[in-house]
Design a protein around this ligand. Structure first.
Ligand SMILES: Cc1ncc(COP(=O)(O)OP(=O)(O)O)c(N)n1
Ligand code: 3NM
Ligand code: MG
Length: 209
C-alpha cells in the first residue's frame, strides 16, 4: 500500500459518547488511508473490542489500522503499529509483526532518529509537532526546513503531525510530507457529516499539491 494521504488518529475524549465508530467511518468514507487507534487507557477488554471494530471498518474501506504504543495488541489483530521513542524497540516490533506490517516511528525533529528508525525497519518516519497542538501541546517543535531535509535524505514515507489543519496541510505536503496525521482538525467536529467533509478536503490536497 502506498503511504500517501490522510492519516486519521482517534482521540478518546473527542470520540467519547458513542462517536468512535460513526466518526471513524466518516473519516474513512472521506478517504483516510491510515487510521491510528490511540487510546491511553488500561482497559484492555475495551481496547480489544474497539480495535477489532476499527479493523473491520478499515477493511471495509480499504484502509489500514495502526495501533498506537501496543505491539501485543497489533500482533493479536494482525495490524500495523506506531511506536514513540519510549514505546519499545522498532526492530523487535518488526520481528514480531512480520515484513508486511506497517510500522511507524516517532522522530520528533531529529533526522538521526529517523535514520535509526529506518534502519530498525520502520515503514514510515513521523516528524512533529509542526504547529500548536490542542491534543499534545507539549510535544517538541519541528520546522518546515527539517521536513525538506528529511525529504531530501530519506526515501521512506514521511508523516507530519501536530496541529495540522486544512489551512496548513498544503505547505507540509509541498515540503515533503507524504501523509498528514490529524486528530483535532478532523475529529473535533459537531457531526459525522462534518468529519467526512473535512476528511474529503484533506484527501483532496494530495491530488492537487
Ligand atoms: C503518526 C504519529 N506520529 C507521532 C505520534 C506520537 O507518538 P508518541 O511520541 O509515542 O506519542 P503518543 O502518541 O504515544 O502520545 C503518533 N502517535 N502518531
Ligand atoms: C499524538 C501527537 N504526537 C505529536 C508529536 O509531535 O509527536 S503531536 C500529536 C497530537 C496530534 O494531534 P492534533 O492533530 O490534534 O494536533
Ligand atoms: Mg507512544
Amino acid at each position: 500500500m502506498k503511504l500517501r494521504g490522510l492519516y486519521a488518529i482517534t482521540d478518546s475524549q473527542l470520540l467519547a459518547d458513542g462517536k468512535l465508530l460513526p466518526y471513524v467511518e466518516a473519516a474513512l468514507k472521506g478517504g483516510a488511508r491510515l487510521l491510528q487507534y490511540r487510546d491511553k487507557s488500561s482497559d484492555d477488554a475495551r481496547r480489544l473490542r474497539e480495535a477489532e471494530a476499527l479493523r473491520e471498518l478499515c477493511t471495509r474501506y480499504g484502509a489500514q489500522l495502526i495501533i498506537n504504543d501496543d505491539a501485543e495488541l497489533a500482533a493479536r489483530l494482525g495490524v500495523g503499529l506506531h511506536l514513540g521513542q519510549g514505546d519499545g524497540s522498532l526492530a523487535a516490533a518488526r520481528a514480531l509483526l512480520g515484513r508486511q506490517a506497517i510500522i511507524g516511528g516517532t522522530c520528533h525533529a531529529n533526522l538521526d532518529l529517523a535514520a535509526a528508525a529506518i534502519k530498525e525497519g520502520a515503514s514510515y518516519i513521523a516528524f512533529g509537532r509542526f504547529y500548536n497542538s490542542q491534543t499534545k501541546p507539549g510535544a517538541p517543535a519541528a520546522t518546515l526546513d527539517l521536513l525538506e531535509q528529511a525529504k531530501q535524505r530519506f526515501q521512506a514515507p514521511i508523516v507530519a503531525i501536530g496541529g495540522v489543519t486544512l489551512d496548513n496541510a498544503p505547505e507540509l505536503i509541498a515540503r515533503g510530507a507524504s501523509m498528514v496525521a490529524v486528530i483535532h482538525a478532523l475529529f473535533g467536529a459537531d457531526s459525522a457529516a462534518e468529519v467526512e467533509r473535512r476528511a474529503r478536503a484533506f484527501s483532496a490536497l494530495f491530488d492537487t499539491v
